[in-house]
Design a protein around this ligand. Structure first.
Ligand SMILES: C[S@@+](CC[C@H](N)C(=O)[O-])C[C@H]1O[C@@H](n2cnc3c(N)ncnc32)[C@H](O)[C@@H]1O
Length: 286
């Protein structure tokens, strides 16, 4: 594993290049991703105390999966505002909200760190977004100013530094895939330890120590959706993997990846882990 210069959440000089791209394929990948990580998001909302009638701000809302889930939770007496720096993906999010008849969710284009809101929110949430910000701690400090005095802060971020633990004893394909993922995220300037780093981010800005959970999607069966999801990650990462000279399209070979992963699981009798992630939540003033 190569050493990441942005370890331990030290601010870096610029936001990460959004590693996974801005294509329609990436929009589809985010929707697939939500099928795998959505259950822990739902648990996070429950543990954090998000409930009917609340007004919630979703940072980096992407194709809208987190916002749409929370719009169901807060119901028609509540409201969700999703913010994303990518205006194109918000068109998909708006369309999806309209398709299911949700009227209590709106999407705003812009950098979440610089937006102004007239009214305060009951909760601030974000999934897989702080890791792309140059200085997540300062960003979080700014973002919580949009909260009421007893507002909820709830984030879900990946944790890539634990990958050696899940790839021991090492299996060649899984180890290789994680090396490539780490390499490309490191080149792009993303914070690889944002999951565990949530603790530091919360306490450094004066929030109470968060309640935290580590989640590990893990599977083995041939029809497990995780194999297919890994393929979609590599379809999104491939342009940068090639650009940074990390590997060639032939070496990654996305067309056979799912089958090779399943074969490795059968041979090694070890299940396959998708990227681990951490949920953290706390309440202002508690
Ligand atoms: C990995 S996606 C996650 C999307 C969504 N939260 C989900 O879990 O499905 C990260 C999203 O954060 C957005 N983003 C990154 N930095 C942002 C910023 N400073 N302000 C608003 N959105 C941002 C990106 O455009 C992207 O859509």
């Amino acid at each position: 594993m190569t050493k990441n210069s942005s370890d331990s959440l030290h601010p870096i000089h610029r936001d990460a290049n959004y590693t996974l791209g801005r294509t329609s394929h990436e929009t589809k990948r985010l929707i697939e991703q939500s099928k795998i990580y959505g259950e822990s998001t739902r648990l996070l909302c429950e543990w954090a105390g998000i409930h009917k009638g609340m007004r919630v701000l979703d940072i980096g809302s992407g194709a809208g999966d987190v916002s749409l889930m929370i719009a169901e939770i807060v119901g028609s007496s509540g409201q969700v505002v999703g913010v994303d720096v990518n205006p194109a993906i918000l068109e998909t999010a708006r369309q999806r909200a309209a398709n299911v008849g949700l009227k209590n969710v709106e999407f705003i284009a812009g950098d979440a760190r610089t937006l102004h809101f007239e009214d305060k929110f009951d909760a601030l949430v974000g999934r897989f977004v702080l890791m792309y910000m140059a200085d997540p701690v300062t960003a979080l400090k700014k973002l919580i100013t949009h909260l009421k005095l007893d507002g909820i802060v709830a984030f879900q971020e990946p944790e890539y530094t634990l990958y050696p633990a899940v790839s021991h004893p090492s299996t060649p394909l899984m180890s290789q895939l994680y090396e490539w993922i780490l390499d490309v995220f490191q080149h792009s300037g993303a914070h690889l330890d944002m999951g565990i780093g949530l603790y530091r981010a919360f306490v450094e800005i004066g929030l109470p120590p968060p309640e935290m959970h580590l989640h590990a999607p893990i599977g083995a069966e041939g029809d497990w959706t995780g194999y297919r999801y890994m393929v979609t990650i590599f379809q999104s990462l491939l342009p940068l993997i090639e650009k940074y000279g990390i590997a060639t399209a032939e070496e990654v070979d996305v067309d056979t990846l799912a089958e090779r992963l399943h074969n490795e699981v059968l041979l090694s009798k070890r299940p396959f882990f998708l990227p681990l992630h951490v949920t953290a939540h706390a309440r202002l003033g508690s």
